[in-house]
Design a protein around this ligand. Structure first.
Ligand code: HEC
Length: 175
């Protein structure tokens, strides 16, 4: 009996899979779980002591870290390569992009997914959200998941888990 019930479920799951539904559902679950954490990012640890200039725009930024492995993250710096750091599953980095008046304009986010989530790029999940953690839409695409548009610069840093890190001058231990 029990076996029959499980066998039936497996058949239904397989049918849904063929219809593409299981892939969609799994992706949705990953997105939702990560976004839930982004919405509460101000309970995470702020890594940078003060806002500092982004290397890729006029904006100033602040960086927050959640999950395990912050020491590994702190070994990565934008002006060096080859830290060899690899972050833990669930590590989340939120980069606040600040407006001229210092208010938060938007968030760019990376979260380390489970092994196999994104083999092309260190299993990283990406998002761009408003300050409340709601993903924004760009050219009709909701900015969450395996955002290939984000790979360009990050894929250049394979020996630092595809991360840039925070300049030493913006870290607490710096005099
Ligand atoms: C033009 C190159 C470039 C592209 C494209 C890019 N990034 Fe970045 N990213 C950087 C640089 C450089 C940094 C270091 C911080 C800074 O200078 O702003 C960074 C830092 C980050 C960080 C902080 C984690 C870290 O690397 O230490 C996050 C999160 C992030 N980017 C998310 C994204 C997302 C999401 C996208 C796609 C929407 C994206 N990035 C696309 C260059 C890029």
């Amino acid at each position: 009996m029990l076996y029959r019930r499980f066998a039936h479920r497996a058949l239904v799951a397989a049918a849904l899979c063929l219809a593409g539904a299981c892939v969609g559902d799994a992706t949705h679950a990953v997105d939702e779980a990560a976004l839930e954490r982004v919405r509460a990012y101000d309970t995470m640890a702020r890594v940078s002591t003060a806002p500092y200039a982004s290397a890729i725009s006029e904006a100033r930024i602040s960086v927050w870290f959640g999950g395990g492995g912050v020491d590994d993250y702190l070994r990565i710096h934008p002006d060096r390569r080859g830290s060899g750091a690899v972050l833990d599953d669930g590590a989340m980095i939120v980069r606040e992009v600040l407006a001229a008046d210092g208010s938060v304009e938007r968030l760019t986010v990376m979260c380390k997914g489970p092994a196999g989530y994104n083999p092309d790029l260190g299993d990283w999940w990406y998002a761009v959200t408003d300050p409340a953690g709601e993903p924004i839409e760009l050219e009709g695409e909701l900015q969450v998941g395996r955002l290939t548009g984000c790979y360009a610069c990050h894929e250049d840093r394979p020996d630092d888990d595809f991360l840039f890190g925070v300049p030493e001058a913006a870290l607490p231990s710096h005099p």
